[in-house]
Design a protein around this ligand. Structure first.
Ligand SMILES: *[C@@H]1O[C@H](CO)[C@@H](O)[C@H](O)[C@H]1NC(C)=O
Ligand SMILES: *[C@@H]1O[C@H](CO)[C@@H](O)[C@H](O)[C@H]1NC(C)=O
Ligand SMILES: *[C@@H]1O[C@H](CO)[C@@H](O)[C@H](O)[C@H]1NC(C)=O
Ligand SMILES: *[C@@H]1O[C@H](CO)[C@@H](O)[C@H](O)[C@H]1NC(C)=O
Ligand SMILES: *[C@@H]1O[C@H](CO)[C@@H](O)[C@H](O)[C@H]1NC(C)=O
Ligand SMILES: *[C@@H]1O[C@H](CO)[C@@H](O)[C@H](O)[C@H]1NC(C)=O
Length: 932
């Protein structure tokens, strides 16, 4: 596979202007550039119209006629003189030729552009030529000759007179001269690629080349296509798209977004209120070019480190690039002028010309038959996919091949792609920031290769079976929840499910006529103790009978706190499904003290286990799930929300009798997913009992639920909107769904048909950027890629471990076939938990919700919709919170004590994907103080 990738290597790569290595400062430049343009607009008193407010020479390319009379300067250097023997410190085995040097683009002014050129390792003479305009912005925003990479001008007034037009013309002149120096490339298939501000630059150079090619019969330029990543295409669309991106990705709150929408039109008529609204949020120290990437943390002692580990990516590279490039030996090897100090740029605001929108220029190129591909790393918030889609929409091109996943040779979804008339193509690159080739080198190569071959990237998984095995698909909590939702969607939901608050209270009272009292539990605690000791805390496992007559018993696994257990609160954990095991998932891969290793046999310690801060009780609920059972199998047919809450309550009363030292101890309920039902319902049951008996039978202090399922329809709407804003669903399909679905029980076939019209590919909906477990036809399985601390194949190890009879015995479980999730018939479930949450808050109970923002199944978007239905006022506005000196996520507090915390870069099972952040969340919750 590696060989295949190497073989795809792009042929000939001409990297212009040294800027390709200077990524981070290039980024900062673009932000400053865009902000300066916005400020200029604000201070320009009379906005003219919505149209381009600056000169657009690109509308009439004949303005480039002077280039036709270009007189060729004699070659100032030769190819051989530019050849690089070796770069200082380069690795062994470099098998391609490298060149670097200057090309004069304006003799009178002494303006010279520096280039670095790499030939293809294989059959260079038959490969096309690509001009890569990476980070041109770095070159353009000059303040002094030394400030622009290695390019310079002898006439410093050139630095005050920069703009799109001169940049494109200079590049054209550069190319003419360069082809003279490298004559073997004349007539070779030629492509121009770039990113970022290349959204201006690349189409503009293509426009000039097209114009010249039309004027002459013979030119050195056999321009075949352009390929631009995360382009800046339109100032207003970019502003609008980027803010929307930040909102849909949980950086901007609903409240601020509403203000932005109320005050901004995203046209030149926008004034200060728009500017203020669009700046009234805190994003914290995140990388705006890849909102999920680690950032470089600088210490006072001058050292720096990455805030977390991302294979193949180093956010601190800016620290050593200038050092390397300013090494005299490096300069000499590169043939760069010794007197030029390479540095990142300082901002030059005197940018003389740049069209507001590149859409007309691009449309003209497409109409002229040029192959135009735009790609977009979907984690970039500066030239976001959302913004690019707005501009693509403005092109008014008809879709010829609908948005669909594309695959890499590693069987991963590399992104999504859609093609339009004239061959115009928009592709996303999944899990990539602004600098796609640096974040996702393999994926970007597959895309580049497809572009060069003029065909869309692969539509299918190569080699392996696409379906995950039955064990994985049926057993996992995820799959179970999906199935459950699907069944609810197709069933008409009875009105009795729509509880009002009064009905709610009456219902709990009705069920509580008889006060439950605990049965005899003495001695059972000792029996349940898991031995031998030696891990530093006590563990217990066993059953509590909740229905003697039917023989129904619930299994629990209890781990006491690692230190000072007697002073720490009691925390119940419930996994969702409904029907999934809290021992298999919650305890063994999420927040428990141990993790099952891939040998299926041994365990390792979980550094961030929740029993660092609480005594944690894992309950298998309801009967039929995990190790819990009933001797009356008819019981299973009566499963539902009500009985689950009642049984869990009876369990607790008896369990506390068995562990009497926890009587009166501060008690909290936590869980995830479908526990969005379980936790509030159990809490309401406990509170009603406490109210009825006028004492705190159970000293309930609060509930904490992650990625909760709260409302069938809001969840569905949230899923669709989430998938759309994260580039999984196309604009066209999303428009169709919006047209055909009301997200209420009146939705029929038209809605389901519209909703079934997308394909998210072989991705994990519970972590849309994460790896998946790939199962080969021979049954071997492996993760599709490596992510530290997360193994998508862990279902296999859990299953093997918990079905080991020795393990079951140690847990004091009955010998049985343990399943991760069970498909229980489900009798009752309210459509919405909003009334229950309201009732709890009215009774003074703190409700905390957290949300891993990469989950598309109970996404942050959906949770926000349900919170909005609660109609609460914000008491602490959305702000970043800190984990390990980086942004852990965002947090907001509401009246009534409701707290919403997002966990950045986490899938559905937050304690699994982001254990360190999850521990901070639960610790804050137990302290009753927002995370720092
Ligand atoms: C340029 O580098 C210096 C340190 O070398 C840094 O302080 C500055 O922020 C950088 N500027 C940009 C635009 O990246
Ligand atoms: C530099 O360029 C400006 C105009 O671009 C010109 O007026 C000036 O004479 C030039 N200076 C020198 C020293 O060539
Ligand atoms: C924007 O509009 C809202 C009204 O929807 C208003 O409350 C707010 O103050 C306005 N201005 C800013 C800067 O947000
Ligand atoms: C797209 O269509 C709209 C409305 O029909 C029109 O105003 C706009 O100029 C068109 N844009 C392009 C690039 O053709
Ligand atoms: C839009 O929805 C309708 C009704 O469900 C369906 O028949 C049609 O195929 C959908 N079109 C697209 C482009 O998804
Ligand atoms: C672990 O168990 C799975 C079945 O759940 C099996 O396919 C796999 O081969 C086992 N691994 C080892 C190392 O025994």
């Amino acid at each position: 596979m590696t060989h295949q990738i190497t073989f795809l290597l792009p042929t000939l790569l001409l990297v212009l202007l040294a800027a390709s290595v200077i990524d981070a400062s290039q980024e900062a430049q673009l932000i400053k550039f865009m902000e300066s343009r916005a400020m200029k607009r604000l201070f320009r008193n009379k906005p003219s119209s919505n149209g381009p407010s600056e000169a657009d020479p690109w509308a009439d390319p004949s303005s480039f006629s002077h280039l036709l009379t270009l007189s060729m300067s004699p070659p100032e250097s030769t190819k051989e003189a530019d050849r690089i023997a070796a770069l200082p410190g380069q690795p062994r085995g470099v098998n391609f030729a490298q060149f670097a040097g200057y090309v004069t683009v304006d003799e009178k002014h002494g303006r010279e552009l520096f280039y670095y050129f790499v030939e293809s390792p294989y059959a260079a003479s038959s490969k096309p030529l690509i001009l890569w305009l990476n980070g041109v912005a770095n070159v353009i925003f000059l303040e002094s000759p030394a400030g622009v990479g290695f390019s310079y001008s002898m006439n410093t007034s050139d630095y005050d007179d920069v703009g799109d037009q001169r940049t494109a013309e200079d590049t054209y002149v550069f190319l003419v001269n360069w082809f003279n120096r490298f004559p073997e490339y004349k007539g070779r298939d030629f492509y121009i690629a770039g990113e970022s501000y290349g959204g201006h630059y690349v189409p503009q150079i293509a426009t000039i080349i097209n114009f010249v090619n039309h004027a002459f019969n013979e030119t050195p330029f056999n321009l075949r296509g352009i390929f631009v990543g995360n382009p800046l295409l339109d100032d207003f669309r970019n502003d609008e798209g980027n803010l929307e991106f930040l909102w849909s990705h949980g950086v901007i709150s609903d409240e601020v977004w509403a203000k932005i929408l109320a005050n901004c039109t995203f046209t030149s008529s926008d004034d200060w209120p728009c500017f203020v609204a669009a700046h009234s949020f805190q994003r914290g120290n995140i990388d705006r070019y890849n909102i999920y990437a680690p950032v470089c943390l600088h210490s006072q002692d001058g050292t720096s480190r990455s805030s977390s580990y991302l294979p193949g990516y180093d956010p601190c590279i800016d620290d050593y690039v200038p050092r390397y490039l300013n090494n005299p030996d490096v300069k000499k090897a590169l043939h760069a002028r010794a007197d030029i100090n390479w540095s990142n740029c300082t901002l030059e605001l005197a940018w003389s010309d740049a069209p507001v929108s590149m859409v007309p220029t691009i449309k003209r190129l497409v109409k002229n038959g040029l192959s135009v591909w735009i790609y977009s790393g979907d984690m970039d918030s500066i030239c976001s996919l959302t913004a690019t889609r707005y501009s693509v929409k403005d092109l008014n091109l008809t879709v010829t091949h609908k948005w669909r996943p594309w695959y890499t040779p590693d069987s991963e979804v590399g992104g999504y792609v859609q093609q339009y008339e004239g061959g115009f193509t928009l592709a996303s690159v999944r899990g990539a920031g602004h600098l796609v080739p640096s974040f996702q080198p393999k994926r970007s190569l597959v895309l580049l290769y497809s572009f060069l071959k003029g065909m869309l990237p692969p539509a299918d998984v190569p080699k392996i079976k696409r379906t995950t095995p039955a064990l994985h698909a049926n057993a996992s909590e995820e799959a179970r929840f999906r199935e459950f939702v699907r069944s609810k969607r197709s069933r008409t939901i009875s009105s009795s499910n729509a509880y009002s608050e009064q009905e709610l209270e009456a219902k709990f009272n009705r069920r509580l006529k008889a006060e439950y009292s605990a049965s005899e539990q003495s001695n059972l605690k000792a029996v349940d103790k898991i031995t031998p000791d030696g891990v530093g805390f006590n563990q217990y496992g066993g059953y509590v009978t909740v229905d003697k007559k039917n023989g129904r018993a619930l299994f629990y696994y209890f781990v006491e706190a690692t230190t000072d257990a007697a002073a720490k609160p009691l925390l119940l954990w419930l996994n969702g499904g409904p029907g999934c095991s809290s021992v298999g998932y919650g305890a063994m891969i999420e927040l428990g003290p141990f993790r099952i290793n891939s040998d299926n046999k041994t365990l390792s310690r979980n550094e961030y286990a929740w029993n660092n801060v609480a005594n944690v009780l894992f309950l298998e609920s309801p009967a039929g799930v995990g190790f819990s059972y009933s001797n009356t199998s008819l019981d299973y047919d009566k499963s539902g929300d009500q009985r689950t809450a009642d049984d869990s309550y009876i369990f607790l009363i008896n369990w506390i009798e068995r562990f009497p030292e926890y009587k009166g101890r501060a008690f909290y309920i936590s869980g995830e997913s479908y526990a969005g039902h379980y936790a509030p319902q159990l809490a309401a049951t406990i509170l009603t009992h406490n109210i009825n008996s006028k004492r705190a039978v159970i000293n309930l202090q609060g509930i904490l639920v992650g990625n909760p399922s709260l409302d069938v329809f809001k969840n569905l709407k949230g899923q669709i909107d989430y998938l759309w804003s994260h580039g999984v669903i196309s604009d066209e399909v999303h428009d169709n769904i919006t047209k055909n679905c009301k997200f209420s029980s009146s939705d029929g076939k038209a809605c389901s048909d519209a909703m079934d019209a997308y394909d998210s590919g072989n991705t994990n909906p519970y972590d849309i950027y994460g790896p998946v477990c790939i199962t080969a036809p021979d049954g071997k399985f492996y993760p599709s890629c490596y992510v530290p601390g997360y193994d998508p194949c862990s279902n296999y190890y859990i299953h093997a471990y918990l079905n080991n009879p020795m393990v079951q015995k140690a847990f004091h479980a009955r010998l049985t076939t343990w399943l991760g999730c069970k498909n229980l018939p489900w009798k009752d479930a309210p459509v919405s938990m909003v009334p229950t949450l309201k009732w709890l808050m009215e009774h003074g109970l703190p409700v905390w919700l957290y949300s891993g923002d990469l989950d598309s199944v109970c996404p942050l978007t959906a949770t926000r919709y349900s919170i909005s239905d609660l109609g609460l006022a914000v008491t602490e506005p959305w702000r970043p919170w800190t984990a390990n000196r980086a942004v852990g996520g965002y947090v907001q507090q509401y009246t009534g004590g409701l707290v919403l915390i997002s966990v950045r870069g986490s899938g559905h099972q937050v304690p699994y994907f982001q254990p360190e952040k999850a521990l901070i969340v639960v610790s804050s919750f137990l302290r009753g103080a927002l995370p720092p």
